[in-house]
Design a protein around this ligand. Sequence first.
Ligand code: NDP
Length: 478
Amino acid sequence: GTAQIGVTGLAVMGRNLARNFARHGYTVALHNRTAARTRALVADFGHEGAFVPTETAADFVAALERPRRLLVMVKAGEPTDQVIDEFAPLLEPGDVIIDGGNAHFLDTRRREARLRERGIHFVGTGVSGGEEGALEGPSIMPGGSAESYESLGPMLEAISAKVDGEPCCTHIGPDGAGHFVKMVHNGIEYADMQLIAEAYDLLRRVGGYTPIQIAEIFRTWNTGRLDSYLIEITAEVLAHTDSTTGKPFVDIVLDQAEQKGTGRWTVQTALDLGDPVSVIAQAVFARSASGHTDLRQAYRGLDGPTAHPMATADSNAFADQVEQALYASKVIAYDQGWKMILDGSRDYDWSIDQGAVARIWRGGCIIRAAFLNRISDAYRQRPDLPSLLADPAFADEVTGAQDAWRSVVATAAASGVPAPAFSAALAYFDTLRAGRLPAALTQGQRDFFGAHTYHRTDRPGVFHTLWAEPGRAEVQQS
Ligand code: NDP
């Protein structure tokens, strides 16, 4: 075979990645369960580069140069296993199967272990940027063996987004590391979107701004430290007017947010790792709460404060406070994500370079932002940074924003406007900042009802108090 890469699964993502490879001078073998898609690709885009269309698995494999590189872009889940079962028997040791679908990292670990026994490299790869990113340059997060990256890496780097000449692609770590990091990316994306939504809601219901005015505010923010793809598209959405009713588009959309599951996976995994990703969790919960029409029906109209838009004279200052609350909360949300990557990397022995993760998210993906440069710089200065808040520049910004941040959270509570992600971020900041936590009382309760023991602040050892006895004597257990 002559093709340097093969793509099977030619729906929107596979088709665009195949075209991206071809545009970069690679010969691309094509395959899809339904051959009509393969033919359509060649008919519509065949002129863009060198394609080798095939219709059977055997022809597809035969079209590839060795070691073979097959990119699987099929629907995640059961179909991925079916496709692996179809192709693996036709492959030889040293060949590489790349799964670019949104697989759960535990599935990727299982698949990688199975294929490794046969000498086949399985590279679970996060791909972010949607349909357009796949064509123009996505952010790519490959896992799998370091050996597989030697031959595959240059090709993936070639088709990835570039920022300051650097590719938005790096070898993340072994087996499921790439899909794990992609999952956390999506969790952070949920948090960022929810924080922006809360900022909008406050600007509208408390600040008294119209959607068009809020679009302008976001455009201004987009020239500063909040400069990001998500802020940019938010302004576009808010400025859009529905053509049939003449109303703001945001007012004619049903207010029930859907999810495909990667945010939920992030939170489920965080619970297993013991990571308090409270802002990401609030974002997932906010989407699910919005969809509970039965609960919303039961609560709707219950007595409580009604937000009153403030006088125009005060709203400019309020908008500035919301910007500060948004920025500080964003730092916390990203810090939670990075901490989760640190812990996942340690638990699964992946040795993930956290600074490199920031670098490859600067372009191509949904959370791309100037902000990622800052995170990347922080890790450049100190590769073992335990938290973004351990970086003096981030610490200064967050502590400097806190008066405004507290004021916005207080105003939200007093006005009856929900701000679960802003509030969770502030509570996280105050929890970790505190000298003493009521966790001491929790330990006392646990010892009282379950003899779960406690440690003392003044001397080593494990202690239990005999709560049922009159003297409540303390006994040292070890
Ligand atoms: P879909 O997820 O809609 O999957 C459709 C493709 O899967 C078609 O090529 C289809 O073949 C193939 N397929 C489905 N079931 C089987 C099966 N049992 N055996 C063989 N082939 C099968 O396509 P997308 O392009 O949207 O996404 C592809 C992958 O990329 C998914 O895993 C998705 O999660 C991931 N992804 C998607 C992003 C996006 O923005 N859409 C972004 C990043 C990742 P056929 O034509 O024969 O039906």
